[in-house]
Design a protein around this ligand. Structure first.
Ligand code: HEC
Ligand code: HEC
Length: 321
C-alpha cells in the first residue's frame, strides 16, 4: 500500500514537473519563429493601385494602425487585453521606424503567412490575408509606399508588445502560419454580385471570422466551412470588457437580417446604427468607407444563402438587453 502511494506520489510529482517545464517553456520561449521564404516581388505602384489601396488600407489596416495624429504610426490596442499589452506597428514610410524596413516581397509574405521579416510569427491580433487577391494585396502595398497624408514618415516607436501567456500559448498550439500561395490569387469580377460578395465576406473584410459561431471553430482555409458560418453568436469583448455577441447575417426573419432592407444594412455597416436606432457595440468595426459596389455584393451574397436560425442568439439577446 505504502509503496503504491509512493509511486503515485512520484507520478504526480512528475506530471507537475512536466507541466511546470511546459509552462516555463511557453512563457520564456515567447512567440515562436519560423523560417522565412524569400519572395521576389516588384510591384508597380500605378495610380489605379494607389487609389484602390487607399480604399483598402482605410477599410482594413487603419482600424488598428492609425494613431491619434492620423498617421499609420501605431496605436495601443485596448480591446485585446487578454492577449497582453499590445501596440500595433509603425507602417508609415519611415526608413527605419516604419515600412522602410520591409521590401515588397517581405511585406506580401507577412500579410499572407503571418511571418514577419525577422521570422517571428505575428500573433492573432495582427490579421493575415491568405485569400485576398494579388491585385488587392499589391494595391495596399502601393498605397503604403505612396506619399498620402497618413503614410507620411513618422519616427514614432510604439512600445514593444508584451504578449500574455494566453497569446504565447495560442501561438504554440492553435495558430500556425499560412503557406505562401503557390499560384495566383484572383478575385471574382465585381459584376458577379454573389461571387464578389462572397469574396468580401470571406477574403477581403472577413466578416465571417467574427460572424460565425466561434473563433476557435473557424475554418481559415475554407471559410464557408466554419462552424455556424455567418449565423452569429461568437462572443467578442469591447474595450471595457463588455461582451457583444456577433449578429446572424443570414436572412432568418427572427434571428437574422430577414426583415432588413439593403439600405438599412448599408447604414448599419457604415455607421453602426441598427434600423431601430440602437447603436452597435464598438467590436463591430465602423466600415464607413465601404463602397456601394461592396455593400451591394455582400447583400446579394447574404441573400443567396440558406437562412440560419440561431435560437441561442435569441436567448443571448434577451439577456444582454
Ligand atoms: C486588428 C488589428 C490590425 C489590423 C486590422 C492590421 N494590423 Fe498590422 N499589426 C497589428 C498589431 C497589433 C501588430 C504588432 C504585432 C506584433 O508586434 O507582434 C501589427 C504589426 C504589423 C506590421 C509589423 C510587423 C513587424 O515586423 O513588426 C506590419 C508591417 C503590419 N502590421 C501591416 C499591416 C497592414 C498592411 C494591414 C492592413 C492590410 C494591417 N497590418 C492590419 C494589428 C493590426
Ligand atoms: C471584428 C469582428 C467583426 C467583423 C470583422 C465584422 N463584424 Fe459585424 N458585428 C460584430 C459584432 C460583435 C456585432 C454585434 C454588435 C452588437 O450586438 O452590438 C456585429 C453586428 C453587425 C450587424 C448588425 C446586425 C444586427 O442584427 O444587429 C451587421 C449588419 C454587421 N455586423 C455586418 C457586418 C459585415 C457586412 C461585415 C463585413 C463587411 C462585418 N459585420 C464584419 C463584429 C464584427
Amino acid at each position: 500500500m505504502k509503496k503504491a502511494l509512493k509511486i503515485l506520489g512520484l507520478l504526480l510529482g512528475l506530471i507537475v514537473l512536466v507541466l511546470v517545464c511546459g509552462a516555463a517553456f511557453i512563457h520564456f520561449g515567447g512567440i515562436p519563429s519560423y523560417e522565412t521564404e524569400k519572395v521576389d516581388l516588384n510591384i508597380e505602384y500605378t495610380p489605379e493601385r494607389v487609389a484602390q489601396g487607399e480604399h483598402l488600407a482605410n477599410l482594413i489596416c487603419a482600424n488598428c494602425h492609425l494613431s491619434e495624429n492620423r498617421l499609420l504610426e501605431g496605436a495601443p490596442m485596448s480591446d485585446v487585453k487578454e492577449f497582453g499589452e499590445i501596440w500595433s506597428a509603425n507602417i508609415t514610410n519611415h526608413p527605419t521606424a516604419g515600412l522602410g524596413r520591409y521590401t515588397d516581397g517581405e511585406l506580401a509574405y507577412l500579410l499572407r503567412t503571418g511571418i514577419k521579416r525577422n521570422g517571428q510569427y505575428a500573433p492573432p491580433y495582427m490579421p493575415k490575408f491568405p485569400h485576398l487577391s494579388d491585385e488587392d494585396l499589391y494595391s495596399i502595398i502601393a498605397y503604403l509606399r505612396s506619399d498620402a497624408p497618413i503614410t507620411k514618415a513618422s519616427d514614432f516607436q510604439p512600445p514593444a508588445c508584451k504578449p500574455s501567456f494566453l497569446a504565447k500559448l495560442l501561438c504554440r498550439v492553435a495558430f500556425k502560419p499560412f503557406p505562401y500561395p503557390e499560384g495566383k490569387v484572383t478575385a471574382p469580377d465585381t459584376s458577379d454580385l454573389v461571387a464578389y460578395g462572397k469574396y468580401v465576406v470571406t477574403s477581403k473584410i472577413e466578416c465571417y471570422a467574427c460572424h460565425s459561431a466561434d473563433f476557435k471553430k473557424n475554418d481559415y482555409y475554407t471559410p464557408e466551412q466554419s462552424f455556424g458560418y455567418l449565423g452569429g453568436g461568437n462572443i467578442l469583448k469591447d474595450m471595457e470588457g463588455k461582451p457583444a455577441y456577433s449578429a446572424n447575417l443570414t436572412m432568418d426573419k427572427e434571428t437574422g437580417l430577414g426583415n432588413w432592407t439593403r439600405e438599412e444594412f448599408a447604414h448599419a455597416v457604415r455607421t453602426g446604427q441598427r434600423p431601430d436606432g440602437t447603436v452597435l457595440s464598438q467590436t463591430m468595426p465602423r466600415l464607413t468607407s465601404m463602397a456601394d459596389y461592396e455593400i451591394n455584393a455582400v447583400w446579394a451574397y447574404l441573400n443567396s444563402l440558406e437562412p440560419v436560425r440561431n435560437e441561442s442568439l435569441k436567448e443571448v439577446r434577451a439577456i444582454v438587453k
